[in-house]
Design a protein around this ligand. Structure first.
Ligand code: PLP
Length: 451
């Protein structure tokens, strides 16, 4: 080794600009530099061990350093790492496309590859717009979106997003959308809970927008089942199904972002299964490679695909692609990820863990700083506020302070503001879930005792 641990810490602070990170603060702190992983554990350069309670930003599924995923990767690596899919193909991307079509709702029959969730959504937006363009419906320019939505950080994805603190600065660069309120916040404020009445109210608002504007609307885009990045805000049950019905009635597209919820996080492989929804576009990312390599997909229907077919001279094709679209290594790992789901019965094994998590979250209600607890399947968020119910000032970074404390006892968290996020790898064991929750409870109490 021609560098020391101290060099790494220094160089990290000197050269590396981290995402979603206030670097002024980061450089004053002692943040872990991870060196290796094993199952649900991560080890930093000092050999300190942490449970990865956020699945390395919501993507790890079967654990780190998984022998089967490693082997799949190495096997493919010994053949070829990358070949272009612009006008040629490769074995793993063909097999994966077929597998994805088989396991997603039946109306989805085509797979378009990209590398990150933002791109997958960007592609869905462009395809949806381009579909109508190819059909000669050129006045359709608008998407309907939700407040508090998060679809990624590229300009198109930000345009259909709605998280003030992330997106406000870019407003002048964004395209216009029609907005519905954030279901969770709206229902809580107006009805006190997520109820059927609120769902109907929201759907009526959507109907109003569609009645006034449907001729200019391309489609509606939303996250599947829960607004995750906004702080784990679930929708009322049946909301997705209602949106699907309305989009069919008015002839606009329904675009469902399963980037966070896909690959088991909500208890089923995809959340859409729980409401029997088949959208016109579905985007996947994060867990698709089990958390190994950047890969994302946009799935769509025969109807959409066919609108891009024509003689070459008609120039109807989808002029979009990335250098690494359909990367051989990423697709090979993604196939093995699915094999593990099937052979190790990951979803069956997950069900008791979901019940255990639900039960143990109840205990957090006793803490005076716990304002709200929200959960969909194995995704959960605990919102912290002052005892009087007012939010802590943004600059106080309470969520981070709790997370830092938990790290000292070997659990790695990254909060969303003051929402403590629980997004544990699906392979985590009950005892480890307990350790995560005990640590979190202690960290909340120890940090907030004086507040
Ligand atoms: C993380 C996320 C994205 C963005 O994915 P990236 O791979 O970070 O670009 C999009 N949508 C949802 C719902 C997400 O949680």
């Amino acid at each position: 080794m021609d560098f020391s641990r101290e060099d790494l810490i220094r160089w990290d602070k000197e050269y590396f600009w981290h995402p979603f990170t206030q670097m002024k603060v980061y450089r004053e702190e002692d943040n872990p530099i991870f060196e290796r992983g094993e199952g649900v554990y991560l080890y930093d350069i000092y050999g300190r061990k942490y449970i990865d309670a956020i699945s390395s930003l919501w993507c790890n599924v079967h654990g780190h350093n998984h022998p089967r995923l490693n082997n799949a990767l190495i096997k493919q690596l010994c053949k070829v790492a990358h070949t272009t899919t612009l006008g040629s193909s490769n074995i793993p991307s063909i097999i994966l496309a077929k597998r994805l079509v088989e396991i997603t709702p039946p109306c989805l029959t085509k797979v378009f590859y990209s590398e990150d969730g933002a791109e997958a959504n960007e592609i869905a937006l462009k395809m949806a717009y381009h579909y109508f363009y190819n059909k000669g419906e050129r006045e359709r320019k608008y998407f309907i979106t939700l407040s508090n939505a998060y679809h990624g950080d590229t300009i198109g994805a930000v345009s259909v997003g709605g998280i003030e603190i992330f997106h406000n600065a870019y407003k002048p660069l964004l395209f216009k959308t029609f907005k519905l309120p954030s279901p969770y916040r709206y229902c809580k404020e107006k009805y006190g809970e997520l109820c059927d009445e609120c769902k109907e109210d929201l759907l009526n608002r959507l109907r109003n927008i569609l009645e006034t504007h449907h001729g200019e609307v391309i489609g509606i885009i939303l996250e599947s089942g829960i607004q995750a990045a906004a702080g784990m805000l679930p929708y009322p049950k049946g909301f997705l199904k209602g949106v699907e019905k309305l989009s069919k009635e008015f002839g606009v597209f329904f675009i469902v972002d399963e980037v966070a919820t896909g690959f088991g996080r909500t208890g089923t492989l995809f959340y859409v299964e729980q409401e029997g929804v088949c959208p016109d576009f579905m985007t996947l990312g994060k867990g698709i490679t089990g958390g190994y390599l950047p890969l994302a997909v946009t799935l769509t229907t025969e109807e959409v695909f066919n609108a891009f077919l024509g003689d070459f001279g008609e120039a109807k094709h989808f002029y979009h692609g990335h250098t690494y679209t359909g990367n051989n290594l990423a697709c090979a790992v993604a196939i093995e990820n699915l094999n593990i789901f099937e052979e190790e019965k990951t979803l069956e094994e997950l069900q008791p863990k979901i019940s255990h998590l639900a039960k143990r979250l109840e205990e957090f209600k006793e803490l005076p700083w716990v304002y709200d607890i929200r959960r969909l399947g194995f995704m959960a968020g605990i919102e912290l506020r002052r005892r009087d119910g007012e939010p802590f000032p943004y600059g106080d970074r309470i969520g981070f302070k709790v997370a830092y404390k938990a790290r000292k006892r070997g659990v790695f968290f990254r909060p969303l503001g003051d929402v403590m996020v629980l997004m544990m790898p699906l392979v985590i064991e009950i005892g480890e879930i307990d350790h995560v929750l005990d640590t979190l409870k202690w960290a909340i109490e120890d940090t907030l005792r004086a507040f």
